[in-house]
Design a protein around this ligand. Structure first.
Ligand SMILES: [Zn+2]
Ligand SMILES: [Zn+2]
Length: 389
């Protein structure tokens, strides 16, 4: 079958690879209908995340049709149209039972690659390094889904593939980030980043009752989407002297009740702090550029919530003193998709939110390398390239 494979730093190719097979009786094999690129893929494409191997199939946000079913799978049948969260859950460990699916204790077969750094191991994830389990990714004609009964979610007939696709990762990540903010009527929520996750966080915050949502970015096309699709107010950070001052002004001097960082280690900013981060990152002294996160901490009102969705490596200057003195609550996680997917599909079916506008570019899998190029350089207004294998 055809698949998009990693061959080294900034070297992706569409190759012929063997088709996946049922390995465990609880597996299904999915014929991928749609699969999309994620900002976090850029971390290993750019060489900031180790433990990729040449030939690894990448991709972790996808939906498809069940092609083969293991004999111990009860709730999924051949031909079912399903969406699958990017982290693999087992459904049985204490973390999965506690709806903390990205922390599953059983689905990362390579914990020894994470434990020396994290002190523990996360769940496995499709197409995302051997430290995250070494599972083959979804940018392929077929993908193996372990523990299918807990990882496959049936897509209602009235939903399109595009509407279901983003329930795999971008939307549950954004939704979880808004959920972390315990939004109350009258709240203002500021979101750094108007990429897929940031836009989903903004739409979800509005859905949860935020009175004002502010999206922060520098790309006009993304800021327009934030206004028109998510109903947010926006700040173009290249157009203001200070994002923090602007937010304070917009909130009567108080600051937003909750700040969501949907940027992570690719944070781009202006000024000296950013130049310092960039230089250090280029020298591989640390892996992150924390400009967005620092702004969020300073802007947030006293006693507010800081919700961190951006993916970080090992950042070495988190301003804990500000967090402590302002009494901020910090909440963060890799997405616990399985906890949210049924609710999200319901929101679409009820017409309350439709994430399909993220799919700015639909391409055949053969053009996936070009798709990643558009995505990485944010060319042609690309928010998410979607591949149909
Ligand atoms: Zn993702
Ligand atoms: Zn588990």
């Amino acid at each position: 079958m055809r698949a998009l494979c990693w061959h080294g730093v900034n070297d992706l190719r569409v190759n012929d690879v063997p088709e996946p097979e049922l390995v465990n009786p609880r597996d299904v094999v999915l014929r991928v209908r749609l699969t999309t690129a994620c900002g976090s893929d850029l971390h290993f494409i750019d060489g900031y995340l180790p433990t990729m191997r040449e030939g690894d199939v990448i991709g972790h946000e996808f939906m498809g049709e069940v092609a083969a079913v293991g004999r111990k799978v009860d709730d999924v049948e051949e031909g079912d149209r399903v969406v699958v969260p990017s982290f693999v859950g087992c459904g049985n460990c204490g973390y999965c039972r506690g709806d903390l699916w990205s922390l599953c204790d059983n689905t990362n077969p390579n914990p020894e690659l994470q434990e020396p750094v994290l002190g523990d191991a996360t769940a496995g994830i499709y197409g995302y390094t051997h430290a995250f389990g070494g599972y083959a990714g979804s940018h392929a004609e077929y993908v193996r889904v372990p523990h299918a009964d807990v990882n496959c979610f049936h897509v209602p007939d009235e939903l399109s593939d595009e509407q279901a696709l983003f329930a795999s990762d971008a939307w549950p990540t954004g939704y979880m980030g808004a959920d972390f903010c315990d939004i109350r009527p009258g709240d203002t929520v500021a979101v750094w980043g108007c990429g897929g996750v940031g836009l989903m966080a903004q739409g979800s915050a509005a859905l949860m009752g935020a009175e004002r949502v502010v999206g922060i970015d520098r790309f006009p096309e993304r800021l327009r989407m934030a206004r028109e699709e998510a109903g947010s107010e926006t700040i173009d950070y290249t157009e203001v002297d200070s994002v923090v001052d602007t937010l304070k002004r917009m909130t009567g001097g108080r600051g937003p009740d909750a700040c969501i960082d949907a940027v992570g280690m690719e944070a781009h900013g202006t000024g000296l702090a950013h130049a310092y981060d960039r230089a250090k990152q280029t020298l591989r002294l640390h892996t992150d550029r924390g400009e967005a996160l620092r702004q969020a901490i300073v802007a947030c009102r006293k006693g507010g919530t800081l919700s961190i969705l951006g993916v970080y490596g090992l950042m070495d200057k988190f301003p804990l003193g500000i967090v402590m003195n302002k009494g901020l609550t910090v909440r963060t996680a890799q997405q616990h998709g399985q906890a949210y997917v049924p609710r999200l599909l319901e929101h679409v079916a009820e017409g309350e939110m439709d994430p399909s506008y993220l799919a700015t570019h639909e391409l055949p899998l053969e053009d996936a390398v070009r798709g990643y190029d558009l995505f990485k350089h944010k060319e042609d207004g690309c928010v998410r390239p979607v591949f149909a294998p």
